[in-house]
Ligand binder design. Structure first.
Ligand code: GZL
Ligand code: ZN
Length: 337
């Protein structure tokens, strides 16, 4: 692994001579250039899902903040634009460049066994962040840092239970639609299962339909339009990220349907990005289940431990909470994303 350092430093020296050291694209990656006096950098190859949501962008920022030259890293960052084959290509490029670590958020859980075996054969540890892989051999990755998506889904269900009880609506039929994230993504699987587990305890809750709206605003709007065409009465919209929620709110508002605390439709959202928390504060969104994107620092801590030759936990859940109009005010100001 170290021998590519001399190659890299030669390359950088050449660039430095031409005075154009800085971020440069190599084979679809952005490389944070290292100052030429950096003797011994840990090279980390990161394959990110894409830039489909505000949450994803914040997640990327947390990676770029964690893996800086000052902290001793050479970061190779690749944006897969939400295509699994781009992630597989990037991982193969990282292997051929013999990076020290591979970090990635797998867009969906399946299809990774072959390329992760290649990384294992090359002796390169793989750390997962955010979403998970469903592989036969769990030794194909060293650790995973992310959220407890089941817990997030269950928290959404429990909040709805309490909210409806507070309105005396434990008996009446509650008609629910769910905008799901990308099919096969850990976050979508967990949030769906977690919410379903609570819904199963309420025979008066009717989940009319659950539709993949790919975590984007455009698809969220389109899916909400079709659900509004199909069902004349919807009481609750559960939307598995804020970007889809923005699209769904737009679709409802265009039809004069109001949402939130005083509205016709209860809105349950996930991610808790700042723009959505402002709508929680206004009472337009009833509750937002946080999904903490700041995983970079925890992945970096794992790599530090591995560099020291320590054993690390396989699973690392990061802390998160839920936001309602009652509590959001105290968090809004110092929220970065
Ligand atoms: C959740 C993450 C999801 C976010 C979406 O950890 O995988 O992907 O909820 C993002 O915003 O697209
Ligand atoms: Zn579960």
């Amino acid at each position: 692994m170290r021998k590519i350092k001399s190659f890299l430093l030669l390359l950088l020296a050449a660039l430095a001579l031409t005075g154009c050291v800085g971020q440069f694209e190599v084979g679809g990656e952005q490389e944070e250039s290292a100052g030429t006096d950096e003797a011994d950098l840990v090279v980390v190859g990161v394959s990110q899902v894409g830039s489909e949501s505000v949450w994803r962008t914040a997640n990327t920022v947390s990676i770029q903040k964690a893996f800086t030259n000052e902290k001793g890293y050479f970061l190779l960052f690749s944006n897969a634009r939400q295509k699994q084959e781009n992630q597989i290509k990037a991982i193969r490029r990282f292997i051929s460049r013999q990076v020290d670590y591979i970090v990635f958020s797998p867009i969906t859980e399946t299809g990774w066994d072959v390329v992760l075996q290649e990384a294992k054969d090359a002796g390169i540890p793989v750390i997962l962040m955010d979403r998970q892989v469903d592989v036969e051999d769990e030794t194909l990755y060293t650790a995973w840092v992310g959220s407890d998506f089941h817990m997030e889904g269950e928290n959404a269900g429990k909040w709805l239970e309490e909210y409806l009880a507070g309105q005396g609506r434990q008996e009446e039929e509650i008609r629910i639609v769910v905008l799901q994230g990308t099919e096969g993504a850990t976050a979508a699987i967990g949030r769906t299962e977690g919410f379903q587990k609570v819904a199963d305890a309420h025979e008066n809750w009717v989940i009319l339909e659950q539709v993949d709206a790919e975590y984007t605003t455009a698809k969220g709007r389109e899916v909400m339009e079709s659900l509004l065409d199909k069902y004349d009465e919807i009481d609750v919209v559960v939307s598995q990220n804020d970007d889809m929620t923005f699209g769904a709110l737009d679709a409802m508002n265009r039809r004069g349907i109001t949402t939130g605390v005083e509205g016709d439709v209860i809105v349950v959202s996930f991610d808790a990005v700042k723009a959505a928390l402002k709508l929680v504060e206004q009472g337009v969104i009833n509750v937002d289940i946080e999904c903490n994107p700041n995983q970079g620092e925890w992945v970096e801590k794992l790599i530090q431990a591995l560099e020291r030759g320590e054993e690390v936990e396989k699973t690392f859940y990061i802390k998160e909470q839920i936001f309602t109009p009652e509590n959001v005010g105290e968090y809004l100001d110092d929220r970065e994303y």
